[in-house]
Design a protein around this ligand. Structure first.
Ligand code: MTE
Length: 306
């Protein structure tokens, strides 16, 4: 995979999102076109069949109320502190049970992966939710490109460690690096994306620039930000929140309104931006993606394997 050395800004989709409806009307596959310095996103064909038609949260809401403990534990800390993060150059180590392991430049990771807009519900384990218009590509596309070996069963992810730029990492709030993992079939599900942007622009730093995971049927903490390592492995990997408190944060962490968190109910959620008098809304099984993912867990005790 010898891609030309493109900078992040050269490959970032820059489709104009001023008229969201117009974009959605023609969205779907967003192809990166042009050469170094004049890359452009082109909006093709149709909107993704996986997108919800629920109204997305505003850019302001999505970028000002975040969880990104590397920048602090407060919801406003990431917006305040993430500007210091250097995201160009960026590379990702892909290793483990793959045919073509290596350190891939971000441009190389994205090469040939069709970018799509995916408007997904996003449900945090803390019982708030948003609707986010991500731009990204299917993780399966990348895994297929590097060649997953037959003995592989899980995929593990890591966020970068850079305490100089990430003030939260100067304290042992969590065990750094932030780690997450998926079963291989979950990673290969077409709903699972690596997102490189939202609202048609490159990923805001507080949302996990330049590239993060989005797994919309799982609680938000599974959607690891600012990824620098992807390992394809045989055994279930250790994951940050599960290591910290296994009784509260399971490896699977599928959104499930019938299985409460030990300290609060998961039956309903507060939609950010809905207004003071909107009330809570019911949480949906698998966050509303039951049709696409329920089969992954056939025969599994969902309460025990939360
Ligand atoms: N990834 C890293 N590296 N560090 C984090 O603290 N927080 C997780 C997840 N990914 C987190 C992370 C949690 S708890 C949630 S709810 C989502 O990111 C929040 O994503 P958002 O800020 O884009 O809404």
């Amino acid at each position: 995979m010898n891609a030309p050395k493109l900078g992040w800004s050269d490959v970032t989709p820059k489709s104009v999102f001023l008229n969201r409806r117009a974009v959605i009307a023609g969205a779907g596959a967003m192809a990166i076109a042009g050469s170094v310095g004049q890359a452009q996103a082109q909006v093709a064909a149709s909107t993704s069949r996986f997108s919800t038609d629920e109204a997305p949260n505003t850019l302001e809401e999505i970028t000002s109320y975040n969880n990104f403990y590397e920048f602090g534990t407060g919801k406003e800390d990431p917006a305040r502190n993430a500007a210091a993060l250097t995201v160009d150059p960026w590379s990702i180590v892909i290793d483990g049970l793959v045919d073509r392991p290596g350190t891939y430049d971000l441009a190389d990771v994205m090469k040939d992966q069709p970018l799509e807009e995916r408007i997904y519900r996003f449900r945090c384990v803390e019982a708030w939710s948003m609707v986010v218009p991500w731009i990204g590509f299917e993780l399966a596309g990348l895994l297929n490109r590097v060649g997953v070996q037959p003995s592989a069963k899980y995929v593990a992810f890591e966020t970068l460690v850079r305490p100089e730029e990430m003030p939260g990492q100067r304290a042992p709030i969590l065990e750094w690096p932030y780690r997450e993992g998926l079963r291989l079939d979950e990673a290969m599900n077409p709903l699972t994306i690596l997102a490189t942007g939202l609202y048609g622009e490159e990923m805001p730093k507080q949302n996990g620039a330049p590239i993060r995971l989005v797994v919309p049927w799982k609680y938000g903490f599974k959607s690891i930000k600012s990824i620098v390592k992807i390992s394809v492995v045989a055994d279930q990997p250790q994951t940050t929140w599960n290591m910290l408190q296994p009784s509260e944060y399971g490896f699977y962490s599928n959104v499930n309104p019938t299985v409460d968190h030990p300290r609060w109910s998961q039956a309903s959620e507060r939609r950010i931006g809905a207004g003071l008098f909107a009330g809570r809304q019911d949480t949906l099984m698998f966050n509303g993606y039951e049709e696409q993912v329920a089969a992954l867990y056939a025969g599994m005790d969902l309460a025990a394997n939360y």
